[in-house]
Design a protein around this ligand. Structure first.
Ligand code: BDP
Length: 696
């Protein structure tokens, strides 16, 4: 409340634009409040001109917007910035005041947690669940509330609290519904709504019905009842998330029903409960990650083809409160994938992009891998001309390109009880960046744009470790080098992350990539490697891009970008390639060796760069965090050697073509267990043997 006599130039007025207009119009000139520029959850900052004594206004379109605006303001102050100077896109208005308006790019910017009722988290590397233990919701939700505060501070508006591989029991017992209600209560003060993953078969497995056919009246009634119970306890429920007909999960196809019929079943149950408390109707996020892992690994059965074959024919059949949630690439969170071609096909369907903050295939929080540069390759990908204009993924998922009412992004985060929430201090940069990029996916290549990957990591570093330029530069440089390094020492040229594919998704196991339905496929043999996904000779995937020029680009070896070469083509190891320097030539096999050595070298440099900061006393960080990060970086440097040597040995053995520089097979810097005298340890055979230089 502003009272007469307060010194306005020291005052920040905070509230919703509507409340401001109501209470303050007489004491402050509010004709220029500009609420009409705001969309739900958006906010503005307004700074008076220096010669007036009006207060700074910090106004949200709604209460949530006010909170986001306040967090954004505080985050500027915490970086030592003057918000008026750091605010981008400012306009000067009639009174001479400066206004900065910030609106979310799309209505959905959610987080997914893959938490199980027993308290474990699928692909979680940061401890146990914040929500569940022993089959029920935990009694003490204080830490969950702290997580809600984190999510609000980075601008997230909803979280799906349980695993996509959903436990049917979650929504079945009154105690669990009450538990979900308590989670929602803990999140509500921070403006973060909750959503729930559902199991398609619940009507049968826990509901006692004979069927879970989505068109059966008793099944419709079952879900209507579940939804009504949830809304009774959680009037602002964000919606549901459903994974069906994939990786063994039940779905509508069992009954010959389409995926759209399956999605609409839940969307209609949600529709009945649009309420004022929810301020938008419940949304059904339906995952496009549908494939059959039992498919034989025959040459034509390409898992990358699955999403478009299932979903493209259904475009236009989904209800308006359905959003199809599409993983960024056609396979599965790999270190490098072309953007999923499905984005180009969903022209009459709402779409959201699914990103993964939890580093499942990307080092599992033991490796520093800063993800925004990877995400940018997908968000900035152009699906080709539709209706005469470029169709960038970021414009499709915000709904602007195809004029869709809903869209946005979902980030799989999997925070847990660990002190670092995610399992490592540095990985929090990815959560911060996810929030920033979900709010504003435009990012851009302009170096002055506050949403570039570099600016985001610099801001995060200032907020986390203080503003010393040496610290900010070092961490930003390391972070920006980290994804290319990881790609180099794991799988370069688009061959993908050659992790053990059958479950752990951690550590090198190139041989596991082929010959199974889960495969990501290297198709490596003694003459060459790569998956032929051309229309002419291969699986036809390249032809799934709606833009003819995009499809044509990937169809030819000559025009496919080098970093996706083996993703689209099967080529001989001796295939010539341009080398790293102009005029230099190399071959596919030599590129593999060189990249793996270069990547491991970059990882080793992180250790010394971090230590150098400490030596210069530049680091505004307590000893515990310093040491924890140092330990992770040392592990990463060592594991990068394991990766390098395993992958190089694998291709050396298969191709019979030696490394030009004679490095492969020697293991500089490695100390072998079999060469040591071990006390208290026993020697074990390592599987795959290739991950240890001597197999042990
Ligand atoms: C894969 C994960 C698996 C998830 C699945 C999914 O390995 O744990 O259940 O994705 O996204 O990457 O549904």
């Amino acid at each position: 409340m502003i009272t007469a006599g307060s010194s306005h130039d020291q005052v920040v007025v905070l509230g919703t634009a509507a409340a401001f207009g109501h209470y303050c119009s007489s004491s402050i000139n509010s004709t220029s409040v500009g609420a009409s520029d705001l969309v739900p959850d958006g906010y503005l900052w307004q700074f008076s001109s220096p010669d007036t004594s009006s207060p700074t206004l910090l106004l949200g379109q709604n209460e949530r917007g006010t909170l986001y605006g306040a967090f954004a303001y505080i985050l500027e102050l915490a970086q030592g910035n003057d918000p008026i100077k750091s605010a981008s896109n400012t306009t000067t208005i009639a009174s001479g005041a400066t206004r900065h308006v910030s609106n979310p790019a799309a209505p959905v910017w959610w987080v997914n947690q893959w938490d199980n009722l027993d308290g474990s988290i699928e692909r979680g590397y940061g401890g146990r669940s914040l929500f569940f233990a022993g089959g029920k919701v935990v009694a003490d939700l204080r830490r969950a509330a702290a997580y809600a505060r984190i999510l609000a501070s980075v601008g997230i508006n909803a979280v799906v609290v349980n695993n996509v591989n959903a436990d049917a029991a979650l929504v079945h017992t009154p105690a669990n519904i009450e538990g979900l209600g308590r989670i929602a209560d803990a999140f509500r003060p921070f403006g973060v709504r909750i959503g729930v993953s559902l199991n398609f078969a619940a009507p049968q497995s826990v509901g006692g019905l004979q069927t879970y056919d989505p068109l059966d009246a008793s099944v419709v009634a079952f879900w209507d009842d579940v939804t009504a119970q949830l809304y009774k306890r959680i009037p602002d429920l964000a919606g549901f998330l459903v994974k069906g007909d994939s990786e063994g999960q039940p779905g509508p196809r069992k009954y010959g029903r389409s995926l759209a019929a399956g999605a609409n079943l839940f969307a209609r149950a949600l529709r009945k409960h649009s309420s004022a408390a929810a301020d938008s109707p419940g949304i059904l996020m339906y995952r496009a990650f549908v494939y059959d892992q039992l498919q034989e690994s025959n040459w034509k059965a390409d898992r990358a083809n699955a999403a478009v074959s299932y979903f493209a024919p259904l475009d236009g059949q989904f209800d308006d409160n359905v959003v199809v949630q599409v993983k960024y690439g056609p396979i599965d969170f790999q270190v490098r994938e072309p953007a999923s071609p499905l984005f180009g096909h969903l022209q009459k369907t709402n779409a959201a992009i699914e990103l993964q903050v939890t580093q499942e295939y990307l080092g599992q929080q033991c490796h520093l891998v800063y993800l925004p540069p990877l995400w940018r390759t997908v968000l900035d990908f152009d699906m080709g001309k539709t209706s005469g204009k470029a169709s960038l993924v970021r414009d499709i998922v915000t709904g602007t390109h195809f004029s869709r009412p809903l869209g946005g992004s979902a980030g799989v985060v999997n925070a847990g009880t660990s002190d670092t929430w995610l399992g490592s201090h540095m990985s929090q940069a990815n959560l911060y960046a996810y929030g920033r990029m979900a709010w504003d996916p435009s990012g851009g290549d302009d170096d002055n744009d506050a949403a570039t990957p570099r600016h985001i990591i610099e801001a995060w570093t200032r907020l986390t470790f203080g503003g010393s330029p040496a610290v900010v530069d070092t961490i930003a440089d390391m972070a920006l080098a980290s994804w290319p390094a990881y790609e180099n020492y794991t799988g370069n040229l688009g061959m993908q992350t050659l992790t053990d594919i059958l479950y752990t998704h951690f550590g090198p196991n190139p041989a596991s990539q082929d010959g199974n339905g889960w495969g990501q496929w290297t198709r490596a043999d003694k003459n060459g490697m790569g998956m032929d996904r051309t229309v002419r000779n291969g699986t036809g995937f390249a032809g799934q891009y709606v833009g003819a020029e995009v499809a044509a680009r990937f169809e030819s070896v000559d025009t496919t970008p080098q970093d996706l070469l083996l993703w689209f083509h099967h080529v001989p190891y001796t295939q010539p390639l341009p080398g790293p320097r102009p005029g230099e030539n190399t071959t596919v096999i030599q590129h593999i060796y060189d990249a793996h050595y270069a990547g491991a070298e970059t990882a080793a440099s992180f250790v010394t760069r971090w230590a150098a900061l400490n030596a210069r006393n530049a680091l505004n960080v307590d000893a515990e965090r310093y040491a924890s990060i140092a330990r992770k970086l040392a592990f990463q440097a060592g594991h990068a050697l394991v990766w390098r040597d395993a992958v190089c040995a694998f291709f050396d053995g298969l191709s019979g073509i030696a490394d030009r520089h004679g490095r492969v097979g020697h293991h500089p810097w490695r100390i072998e267990a079999e060469a040591m005298t071990l006390h208290g340890y026993t020697r074990q055979a390592v599987s795959p043997a290739i991950a240890a230089s001597g197999g042990q």
